[in-house]
Design a protein around this ligand. Structure first.
Ligand code: 5GP
Length: 207
């Protein structure tokens, strides 16, 4: 019996440090793919098409929506983002874990299709701290800052939908905590069944 991969969904308000954590997480974990979303937003500096996102035009995105190519899609900060069915099925069917970095609307939609996925929320230690981090980026106009802080509050209010909550006070610690989640989830009996069956199968060789 082959074991399907496990889906992990990570959601965090803008400015929480999620991108840094996920990048480091992927560098340390084996057998996990990152779900590359489609988006209509323009690439940022250093973003690699097909690696960070599939950057597409509005028309192409709409065609994908209409053909049912997405498990979920949402408008976030004025742009469209979607997770393709292809992305999810490919990894899980190959027995590889898959990490989704999506917003709160996406996480709630995914939960309808994959209630057994692992849902992780990353939150800032305080709204003071979040404001300081967003201001520190130097890229947020006052109106955008207010909007992101308002959105952050709304997103965190959905904490009950998640299995795990990581407070990102300090990146190294947050990373260690998420790695612990992966370690524990991978040790679940449901994920180790094949190994145990194999162990039992060779009992008679040992006696
Ligand atoms: P950014 O443009 O900063 O990369 O991402 C903006 C937001 O869109 C982030 O919260 C990110 O998690 C979210 N996002 C990225 N891909 C998807 C997706 O496929 N679906 C949804 N719903 N949100 C996404």
């Amino acid at each position: 019996m082959s074991v399907a991969g496990q889906l992990y969904v990570i959601t965090a308000p803008s400015g929480t440090g999620k991108t840094t954590i996920i990048r480091r997480l992927l560098g340390q974990l084996e057998n996990v793919d990152f779900s590359v979303s489609h988006t209509t937003r323009s690439p940022r500096q250093r973003e690699v098409p097909g690696q960070d996102y599939f950057f597409v035009g509005k028309a192409e995105f709409n065609t994908m929506v209409e053909s049912g190519a997405f498990v979920e899609w949402a408008r976030v900060h004025g742009n469209y983002y979607g997770t393709s069915k292809f992305m999810i099925n490919r990894s899980l069917e190959q027995g590889r874990d898959l990490l989704l970095d999506i917003d709160i609307q996406g996480a709630i939609n995914i939960k309808r299709h994959y209630p057994e996925a692992v849902y992780i929320m990353i939150a800032p230690p305080s709204f003071h701290e979040l404001k300081a981090r967003l201001t520190g980026r130097g890229s947020e106009a006052p109106e955008s800052l207010r909007l992101r802080l308002a959105n952050a509050r709304q997103e965190i209010e959905f904490f009950n939908e998640f299995d795990y909550m990581i407070i990102n006070q300090e990146v190294d610690r947050a990373l260690m905590e998420i790695l612990s989640i992966f370690t524990a989830e991978r040790l679940r009996v449901s994920h180790c069944a094949t190994k145990v069956e194999d162990l039992l199968l060779h009992w008679d060789e040992a006696i």
